[in-house]
Design a protein around this ligand. Structure first.
Ligand SMILES: NC(=O)C1=CN([C@@H]2O[C@H](COP(=O)(O)OP(=O)(O)OC[C@H]3O[C@@H](n4cnc5c(N)ncnc54)[C@H](OP(=O)(O)O)[C@@H]3O)[C@@H](O)[C@H]2O)C=CC1
Ligand SMILES: O=C(O)[C@@H]1CCC=N1
Length: 264
């Protein structure tokens, strides 16, 4: 039995992803404090919504998908009811396994995970790192659960803030680029629906090339860049505006914010 505590954007993406890949709704419980939202979840996914105490007592695996700022109070509320042997997986940005272990009883196994919202469509990217009491069996259990909604990699915990900045927040960067390209097309007089279609398929095609060709992105970009052509003109403008540096700074800012979130 799995309990998801917190069915916001990420919790619901995981819930929908798990159910969409064959998990039985009777094996999944959700903790959601707002009665209206809880009713919607029961209706939409046919899952049980339960109290945190009930989830702690009944679930073999608990997924915490609440805000980092709520983590300590939720853990403190759960601690008395969690039996030994439970696996607790937190997807919260910045919350270390040390923080989880400090607020969980005895030797409860904690795994820190960083998924992303494409989990909703089975194309998530999740990195996991185990805490002090997480055995290989716990990591395998976390990996097998999260791999139902995409790819899972194990990383040393010291990389988790960087993971958060790259793949956790990453979809937002691509949506930002998509939005910017669509608006540029509209600005030049193209109907929005046409611009959106061009951008969507271009992103999908570029991602497929990156995945399937095995080439470095620089090689793929060079293949698009005809001598004296349009791409060279565009890339020169991106460089002139410091887009590369802006991306590097943005990702570092996300990493730093993730670090700061563990400090409350
Ligand atoms: N969004 C993303 O792309 C990703 C998010 N994450 C992590 O996932 C976590 C959630 O983020 P996100 O989904 O964006 O945020 P949301 O605000 O959408 O979700 C948080 C959810 O937690 C619920 N909640 C608050 N308090 C409790 C409680 N005591 N018990 C049960 N549920 C509670 C909220 O319910 P209510 O609204 O009713 O208060 C809300 O549904 C964060 O820690 C974030 O770092 C990780 C990877 C990617
Ligand atoms: O923005 C956030 O804090 C969360 C963590 C990674 C993606 N969304």
């Amino acid at each position: 039995m799995i309990a998801i505590i917190g069915a916001g954007k990420m919790g619901e993406a995981l819930l929908a992803g798990l159910l969409g890949t064959g998990y039985d709704p009777t094996d999944v419980m959700v903790v959601e404090p707002l009665p209206d939202h809880a009713a919607q979840l029961r209706e939409r996914y046919s899952v049980d919504t339960v109290t945190a105490a009930e989830a702690a007592r009944r679930a073999r695996t608990i997924v915490l998908a609440i805000k980092p700022q709520d983590m300590v109070s939720v853990l403190d509320g759960l601690a008395a009811d969690i039996p030994a042997g439970t696996l607790v997986i937190s997807v919260a940005a910045g919350i270390t396994t040390g923080v989880l272990e400090k607020h969980l009883p005895g030797e409860v196994a904690a795994v820190r995970a960083m998924p992303n919202t494409p989990a909703l469509v089975g194309k998530g990217m999740t990195a996991i790192a185990g805490g002090l009491h997480a055995t290989d069996e716990h990591l395998e259990r976390a990996e097998s659960l999260l791999s139902t909604v995409g790819t899972v990699v194990r990383v040393p915990e010291r990389h988790m803030d960087t993971v958060t900045a790259i793949s956790g927040s990453g979809p937002a960067y691509f949506y930002f680029i998509a939005e910017t390209m669509i608006d540029a097309g509209v600005g030049m007089g193209m109907p929005r629906a046409t611009a959106q279609r061009l951008v969507q398929q271009t992103i999908e095609g570029a991602a497929a090339m990156l995945n399937e060709s095995g080439e470095h992105p620089v090689v793929l970009r060079e293949a698009v860049t005809s001598p004296g052509g349009t791409t060279a003109a565009a890339v020169r403008e991106l460089d002139r505006h410091g887009v590369r540096t802006a991306f590097a700074d943005a990702i570092e800012a996300a990493r730093d914010r993730s670090r700061a979130l563990s400090e409350g």
